[in-house]
Structures are given as structure tokens and as C-alpha cells.
Ligand binder design. Structure first.
Ligand code: 6GU
Length: 246
């Protein structure tokens, strides 16, 4: 397979959508080797306990280190080279972006550790760092109940980049955030009919003039990016009367 992915969670059913659609097909065709594991496999008490109260006090519970340590020992072969990447979804992580997705898609082995409650005892990441590259990642500035949905998001973004997963590879370079489009957002798209409910497809798209179409699309992408994500738009040219050339 192009990618081996292990997901450890106390809610394996949350990851069921990975069997559907494009990711599901990638797993069935052998491009992706995906395994979802129940963290409680690595508990030994009658109640299969995975959490405990936080040292120092505070609300909520913290995930105990022992089951996580045993899980990672079982899933990561000793002396693996390159060292597998341990992705830990957390709202306090570095931002997950298309560039991070591209980075992760180049790895042979990813392990995702889904925390719940107030997070995982911090010694788990410290211990794992001796044999894995630990990457704490956030999918956005909001709080989820656990890392499972974040893993669905990250795996969807990563797996579609693997060779052979998306039918037409041009789809990958023509979309929002693609490096080929300077990270701009994609502009509006249209299909048949040319007129619908009194709304017409912009005539330039019917013109057959590929240069004019490319310029129009770039202008639309720039306008949309400036309007909804100004921080992603290129800085306007300044001085020497060059303002407004783009
Ligand atoms: Cl990656 N995990 C959790 N639990 N909450 C989040 C998140 C991740 N990203 C934003 N909120």
C-alpha cells in the first residue's frame, strides 16, 4: 500500500465512514492499509478504564497513559525506519492545512491517537517521541468532543492525494488551496443549461477563448479570496504607480 494508517480510539464506530466512498475504495483496492483499534483492547481491569482525574485539579478527566503506551508499543515496530508519524488531534495543535495534508500523504505509516475528555496524559507524547515523530494538529479554532471527527477530516484530505485515489489527477491541482493557483480560493463553476431561472452562465465561459477564460477565472478567484479570506490574498502592489495591475 501507499499508506498504512492506524487509528486508536475508544469509539471505533465513529470511524465507520472511512469504509465509504473514495477512502473506502482506496482501502479495498489496497492503496490504503487502514486499521481502526479500540483503545480498551489495551486495558486490563474489569471496567476497561481509560481515564482518571487530573493531577492539580480541574474539571473533567484525563486519559491514562498505560493503555496508550501499550497500544503504541503494539502498533509501532521497534526500530521502524523512517520513524512512523504519530498524529494527535487536539485544539492546541498546529493548524492542519493543505500543506500538512501533502506532507502526511508522503509518509508510509501514520498512527492517529484520538483523545477524549480533557486530553491524553502528556507523558504519552513524550515517551512516543523516542521512536515516533509526534505531531499535535488542530483542524480549526473550535472545540470538538474528541479527535475522531478530526481524523476523518485529515484522512479524507490525505488519502485523496495518494496516487490512483482521485480518478482525474487534474482535479487535485485545479482546486482551492492548490499551490498551482497561489493558494487562492476557487471561483464560481457552471454547467448546463446556459440559462436557468433567469440566470445566465458568464458568456466568456462559452467563448472558446482559453486565454480569456483563464484570465476571468483568475480574476474571480482573486475577488472571492479578497472578499472571504483577505489574509490568503496576495499583497497589493505598492508604489511606482503599479497599483491595480492585478
Ligand atoms: Cl484536531 N481535536 C479536537 N478534539 N478538537 C478540535 C480539533 C482537534 N481541532 C479543533 N478542535
Amino acid at each position: 500500500p501507499a499508506l498504512r494508517a492506524d487509528v486508536v480510539t475508544i469509539f471505533p464506530d465513529y470511524l465507520a465512514p472511512l469504509r465509504l466512498s473514495l477512502i473506502g475504495r482506496a482501502a479495498r483496492t489496497g492503496i490504503l492499509d487502514l486499521a481502526v483499534h479500540d483503545l480498551r483492547t489495551w486495558t486490563h481491569d474489569r471496567h476497561r478504564t481509560v481515564d482518571d482525574t487530573p493531577y492539580g485539579g480541574g474539571a473533567g478527566m484525563v486519559m491514562k497513559p498505560e493503555p496508550w503506551g501499550e497500544a503504541l508499543d503494539a502498533l509501532v515496530p521497534a526500530g521502524a525506519d523512517p520513524r512512523p508519524r504519530l498524529v494527535v488531534p487536539t485544539p492546541s495543535g498546529r493548524p492542519f492545512t493543505q500543506a500538512v495534508a501533502v506532507e502526511l500523504a508522503a509518509e508510509p505509516h501514520l498512527v492517529f491517537a484520538c483523545g477524549r475528555y480533557e486530553g491524553i496524559d502528556s507523558r504519552v507524547a513524550a515517551d512516543a517521541a523516542t521512536r515516533m515523530r509526534v505531531d499535535e494538529v488542530s483542524i480549526g479554532d473550535y472545540v470538538l468532543n474528541g479527535g475522531e471527527v478530526a481524523v476523518l477530516v485529515m484522512l479524507e484530505a490525505v488519502v485523496r492525494l495518494l496516487p490512483g485515489v482521485v480518478g482525474n489527477p487534474a482535479s487535485l491541482t485545479e482546486e482551492s488551496h492548490a499551490a498551482e493557483h497561489d493558494g487562492l480560493l476557487e471561483g464560481p463553476v457552471f454547467t448546463k443549461p446556459t440559462s436557468w431561472r433567469g440566470l445566465d452562465v458568464p458568456p466568456v465561459l462559452l467563448s472558446g477563448d482559453h486565454g480569456a477564460i483563464a484570465r476571468w477565472r483568475r480574476e474571480q478567484a482573486l475577488e472571492r479570496t479578497r472578499r472571504v479570506r483577505p489574509e490568503l490574498a496576495p499583497a497589493p502592489l505598492e508604489g511606482r504607480g503599479l497599483e491595480g495591475l492585478t
